[in-house]
Design a protein around this ligand. Sequence first.
Ligand code: PLP
Length: 478
Amino acid sequence: MVEMNKKSVEYMNKRTGAASPIFGTVASDEGMPVERLGKSPVAPQVAAEMIREYLSTEGNAHQNLCTFVQTYMEPEAVQLMSETLEKNAIDKDEYPMTADLENRCVAMIGDLWNARKEEHPMGTSTVGSSEACMLGGLGMLFRWKELAKEAGIDVYSEQRPNLVISSGYQVCWEKFARYWDIEMRCVPMDENHLTLNLDTVMDYVDDHTIGVVAILGITYTGRYDDVAGLDALIAEYNRTAAVPVRIHVDGASGAMVAPFLEPDLKWDFRLENVWSISTSGHKYGLVYPGIGWIVWRSKEALPEDLIFWVSYLGGEEATMAINFSRSAAQIVAQYYVLMRNGRAGFTEIHQRTMDVARYLVEEIKGMGIFTMLEEATEIPILCWRLADGVEKSWTLYDLDDRLRMHGWQIPAYPLPPDMQDVTCQRIVCRADLSMALAIKFIRDMKAEIAHLDEIAQGDAGASPKKAQQKAHFDHSGR
Ligand SMILES: Cc1ncc(COP(=O)(O)O)c(C=O)c1O
């Protein structure tokens, strides 16, 4: 940085004859192209500084409490990433050692999910959970086609194949269904069933079901579907089914938390019908975006049609990702994080994040005006709504607005379709939300609630607008 500033100053000296920084000189008159390329090159220091300044008006990542996506990595990891940016993850022939690190990550992550070596688990890195879910869905579709044909079912009939999932799904599943013409059968949620409803889920399953998706945890609230309960229902169904049904676990956030915080919870390959699991390395896998992972429990679980072969060390290596070229820096970073932390490190980081989340839960509950929808029971997520009977002339949208004035991004949003009348706010705690910052947040939240109450009690003309739902970033993607 110091070196760069020195160079900028030298450049400015040459250009303006004055030892001035970029701002306040003619260099800052360089236009930033909007729709057309500029006519001539711009000095690198000037271009970089102007872009940096332009981006500086965005939110502070540490205060963005709505995203699951990593906003902190150690300097050593960042350095390693910048040194490996040019490596193309798909070019396994040119970068065999990088490919080896990817294979090691797949093996380690599969092991975390209790995959059994003797079943020959296979997997791949992806850009994120969306690509990984897409692959999980395709695996289920291809497998269903084969089995349905064998069972004498007309797979080309008017009845489309279907996928069963709770209505709390993330938009990637809607994309999957639309791209591959699958009927999405959504099991409704209600306030007593904030996860997949096991009382009704099997009503949605039939011979055209390619699979059931269990979510670990639901994007809106962070809650885990009861995968073991679902596995038992499916085992029972499969006893007489013409086409056996299997489970894909969308563990975008939870699959990198549960192995550390709840190692005894059975949600993974210990369950016989869990045939594939996906996660985002860039969420609780602690890597900057974008990296995701999918692992199939066995060769049988991964249809051959999904595999392509690329050359590798004079031989061939299986690839099943949808994307082709992309930087391998995130794969290297994932390996670094796994190696650096080990089991104990991951457990400590997630436990500490959980402690911060539970402190926030207690404080927010203590305010006495909210009902908690999620209290960081499984992942460090908390979610609340205004309690029944609490009459306020402001809404959570107003509170969201006020908190933004302190830099906090904690959007208010409606729950999924079957419960959209309920407005809630959610905090996703990540490792870089320190206790000190959490204490400051609570102070800001209390001050802003008092402020909204005060305005409401004062001049009616000055009362809050009861902000309606706005187009803030919707993390469900919908
Ligand atoms: C349950 C679930 N599945 C899939 C995704 C998509 O993840 P990604 O952003 O890694 O593609 C998310 C993102 O929040 C999610 O919560």
